[in-house]
Design a protein around this ligand. Structure first.
Ligand SMILES: [Zn+2]
Length: 184
């Protein structure tokens, strides 16, 4: 097999896995929300150079303008892809309403079932790390907090899992879409 053919084989296998990955995460997020209202494009890069070229930074994946999910080579992973798709789907359901950043991130942690930040499903709650105080509401505050301690994702996942144990997700999204605050 010459280098050219090997390259084509590799590309086809990677593209096939990418299609499978997208199908899996669309299923995961649709199951959580009871369907999808968003229809984002997925852009995945197999190299860092590619990810830089399409505008990516140091993150593993990102939801851009709530229309595109971009995945770096380290983000071609069902957890990361489901996390970013959750952001897109939540914002499609919220319209122009804003949402506390901790809720946005905690929901993405929960829907993607992120084992870095949540305990496996079981008899108790999912919390690895309970919030020590109020969680960051604004994007700026969130980025500052996450920059100094990534476990803020675990705290947000904990808070959202507790909230959803007591409230229906559609009722919460409706509250937020109406510009109201989340129940304390
Ligand atoms: Zn996120």
């Amino acid at each position: 097999m010459g280098p050219r053919r090997r390259h084509r084989w590799w590309w086809r296998a990677s593209a096939g896995l990418g299609v499978l990955l997208v199908a899996v995460v669309l299923g995961v997020v649709a199951e959580f929300f009871g369907g999808l209202r968003s229809d984002p494009a997925f852009l995945a890069c197999l190299t860092d150079a590619c990810y830089t070229r399409i505008g990516g930074g140091g993150e593993r994946g990102i939801a851009v303008l709530n229309r595109t999910v971009m995945l770096s080579p380290r983000g071609i992973d069902p957890v990361i892809a489901a996390h970013e798709l959750t952001h897109v789907e939540l914002h499609a359901r919220l319209g122009t309403a804003s949402v506390p950043q901790w809720f946005d991130e905690g929901l993405a942690v929960l829907v993607s079932d992120d084992p870095r930040y949540l305990l496996p499903e079981g008899p108790g709650d999912r919390c690895r790390v309970a919030p020590a105080g109020p969680l960051p509401e604004s994007l700026d505050a969130w980025l500052r907090a996450a920059g100094s301690d990534p476990q803020v994702y675990a705290q947000a996942g904990c808070a959202v899992s507790r909230l959803l144990a007591a409230h229906d997700v559609h009722a919460l999204v409706a509250l937020l879409a109406a510009g109201e605050a989340l129940p304390g």
